[in-house]
Design a protein around this ligand. Structure first.
Ligand code: PGA
Length: 238
């Protein structure tokens, strides 16, 4: 794993943006998996600025949503969908046919997971996966547990995930998560994980200790040959 340390969130985000643009230049039809949350927001904002200058660069880009809160309305503030619409899909003008994402309130969550798995089978593998890390070490809604799940699944949300800013302010609380699984993520050709802020210091230390354990799902990224960890100095303990 390559680890790049930055002084500021802005510098980290600029690097992430540059890496994404570099990959899109290599493959216009790139399948980009997008995490939501605070970590990638600035990166997406910078990508939007690139779109303004060079819209044709994004004319083939395909997006897949990493995960979603379950049991809430899709357009509810705080949903991953609302986030992606605002920060990625609208700024980059991604049409429906180039977007794959879980419905947040399906009648049958298992059938919804199968639908996304099938879409991923057809469209995938993911070329570039953008991840954040949860305070508890989760990636997407692959939560710390005795066993991890390889494929798309309905996840039991940890207390810590429910306390995440996106969910804590919701009127209607999510009752589960919908998420790509560990193998779906690890089959990506390239992965960028973004870590910033002092609140991530403790989990970053565990993650970077190279001890692979299902109690820190992100630690499985050490098994992948092409991961770049972009971390700021507030989260990094040397
Ligand atoms: P954050 O969330 O980017 O808002 O820190 C990451 C996560 O909890 O997965």
């Amino acid at each position: 794993m390559r680890i790049d340390i930055f002084n500021t969130y802005d510098e980290l985000s600029l690097k992430a943006k540059e890496l994404i643009v570099q990959e899109i230049r290599k493959d216009k039809n790139l399948l980009l998996c997008t995490a939501t949350g605070g970590s990638p927001t600035k990166t997406y904002e910078l990508l939007g600025e690139t779109y303004q200058k060079e819209p044709e660069l994004f004319s083939g880009l395909r997006i897949i949503k990493l995960d979603e809160w379950g049991g809430i309305a899709l357009d509810q503030p705080g949903s991953c969908e609302s986030y992606l619409q605002k920060h990625v899909l609208q700024p980059l003008q991604i049409p429906e046919e180039r977007y794959t994402g879980f419905n947040s309130n399906p009648e049958n969550p298992n059938a919804e997971c199968k639908r996304i798995q099938e879409r991923l089978r057809k469209e995938g593998p993911i070329d570039l996966c953008i991840l954040g890390i949860g305070m508890n070490g989760h990636i997407a809604f692959n939560e710390p547990a005795e066993f991890l799940e390889p494929f798309c699944h309905q996840a039991e949300l940890s207390e810590m995930s429910l306390q995440h800013k996106m969910a804590s302010g919701m009127q209607v609380k999510p009752t589960y998560g919908l998420t790509l699984g560990m193998a779906d993520i690890l089959h990506s050709k390239m992965i960028i994980i973004l870590i910033h802020g002092t609140h991530k210091k403790e989990i970053a230390k565990k993650f970077l200790s190279k001890k692979i354990s299902s109690s820190v799902p992100a630690s499985f990224l050490w098994l992948h040959p092409n991961v770049i960890c972009l971390i700021d100095s507030n989260a990094y303990e040397s």
